[in-house]
Design a protein around this ligand. Sequence first.
Ligand SMILES: [Zn+2]
Length: 270
Amino acid sequence: MPELPEVETTRRGILPYIDQQIVAEIIVRQPKLRWLVPDEIHAMEGEAIQSVTRRGKYILLETAKGTALIHLGMSGSLRVLKKGTKPEKHDHIDIIFANQKLIRLRDPRRFGAVLWTTKNPLKHKLIRSLGPEPLGDDFNVDYLFQCSRGRKVSIKQFIMNGHIVVGVGNIYACESLFKAGISPKALAGKVSKARYKKLVMIIKEVLSAAIEQGGTTLKDFVQAGGKPGYFQQQLNVYGREGEPCLVCDATLKQIKQGQRSTFYCSKCQR
Ligand SMILES: [Zn+2]
């Protein structure tokens, strides 16, 4: 699943090709994504892209007439191609620009979304209740500690909750908790402020490193320039159950928490 670093990498990848460019045409081959692609999306045609921003895992393409919201879902990717490049299976939407470039959404599983709003996109119902950006100043120890009090969920599920903070996906939650030395099973409401301080710092570090490397790899992610985005970040625990911990040599474990696999070291993480 494209996680926040992949979405940010995608945003940075498409930005130089489409910023301030005029949308010539939008081709919708398959409107049945997670939600139906609205006909109003064609309002973008003839308009210039004024900004290419991101909130959570939504990429926002702003024009004078409104804003397109793009989500990559489970398996979506956006690539920049030359106008006229033949579409393949699962290439559902093209946004073609007057500069002869196009951005193409490929989404085999069709859990992605392309939506349109004429209002402030940050007030859109899918966006307004999102927690703060993990790399922004609003995500800090005071905020996270305050939110955690009285919470009986595990710390792992707590930091993966998009209403608390966006963008801490499964890989990043596992890796951050390992680096912070916190058991994924610890109850969010019982973790000390000192440990939250460390955790916040580490989450920021881990996500920044992933963005820098172009996002942790996943099979369906294709980097915006068209190259396959295969940037394997060194993973300490994720996907390594049964293997030795890189720090203490203990055998790493795997458990399920909220339907998601958690990987951890029971010796390093308490
Ligand atoms: Zn260990």
